[in-house]
Design a protein around this ligand. Structure first.
Ligand code: RIB
Length: 303
């Protein structure tokens, strides 16, 4: 049984597809508009929930507002095997991300709303839930101070923390000593360690610094060798949430006892499947779909 607690953002994604980006002061036509569940925290929770079994406990902590988006987002978590009963509802707006899909890629403007009000200083029951976890998953769409307080608490209690520093901020480096795995992408790692060579930095953090490189896969140091795990080619529908799927699936695999390298490959397969569906969560695979893939390794002992 895995007990995984994800603390982070829960947002509504307002997605506009377009064949042309607007210049300043210009209006262009979009071709399609959709509202779909998102938020890096909720996305990672759903990625884990879909892979989990009835014996696992996957719980989301965070906050939604008291507007028309809130109930649907909470319902979506429950439908994906994520416990959401301790997510707060506050008199504010729910987090929203405005996403433009253009030329097979996304551009996102994130407005935190209630996500910005998640504050560890107000935690009570939440500390007990966190203390009971075997893995805690964090990202950067809630405040740094809250993330830091949670990471320090977990570090003191010996609870593993998977930290995805997205989107990056100047304070990310303060998290490093308190987390077990940090997963920046190629841009975020440059902000974390400016002017340092990627392979040299990776060697300083064996089995801890895992850098995702988009279509080039991911890279980490296993203590002996640099490991480069290639991405699996896909017919891409939407890359939104691919990183969240990778992080969620990687964390889930680690909690199930797979080796670091196996967990990276497991996450790589999950994100390969996720980009073939629309929306951040639309293509996130269930364990059954993972097992049906030709890339699923029989040695991955996940029931
Ligand atoms: O990582 C993708 C997510 O980031 C989207 O679902 C959106 O909510 C953004 O904040």
């Amino acid at each position: 049984m895995s007990k995984i607690v994800i603390i982070g953002s829960i947002s509504m994604d307002l997605v506009m597809e377009t064949n042309r980006l607007a210049e300043a002061g210009e209006t262009v036509f979009g071709s399609q508009f959709s509202m779909v569940p998102g938020g890096k925290g909720a996305n990672q929770a759903v990625a884990i929930g879909r892979l989990s079994s009835k014996n696992d406990h996957v719980e989301m902590l965070g906050a939604v507002g008291n507007d028309q988006f809130a109930s649907g987002l909470l319902e979506n978590l429950s439908q994906n095997q994520v416990v959401s009963e301790n997510v707060g509802t506050i008199p504010y707006s729910t987090g929203v991300a405005q996403i433009t899909l253009y030329d097979n890629d996304n551009r996102i403007i994130y407005c935190p709303g209630a996500n910005a009000k998640v504050d560890a200083r107000n935690f009570d029951k939440e500390w007990d839930i966190i203390a009971d976890a075997d893995l805690v998953v964090l990202q950067n769409e809630i405040s740094h101070q809250t993330n830091l307080a949670i990471a320090q608490f977990c570090h003191q209690k010996g609870i593993r923390v998977l930290y995805n520093p997205a989107p990056s901020r100047d304070t990310d480096i303060e998290m490093l000593e308190f987390v077990d795995v940090i997963t920046p992408n190629e841009h975020e790692v440059k902000e974390l360690f400016p002017h340092r060579d990627l392979e040299e930095i990776i060697k300083s953090y064996p089995n801890k610094l895992l850098v995702t490189l988009g279509t080039k896969g991911s890279i980490f140091f296993d203590g002996n060798d640099i490991q480069k795990i290639p991405a699996i080619k896909a017919k891409v529908v939407d890359t939104t949430g691919a990183g969240d799927t990778f992080n969620g699936a990687f964390g889930y695999a680690i909690s199930k006892g797979l080796s670091f390298k196996e967990a990276v490959s497991f996450g790589t397969l999950a994100s390969h499947l996720s980009v073939q569906g629309f929306g951040a969560q639309g293509g996130m695979p269930y364990l059954k779909e993972m097992k049906e893939s030709a890339y699923y390794e029989k040695t991955w002992a996940i029931k």
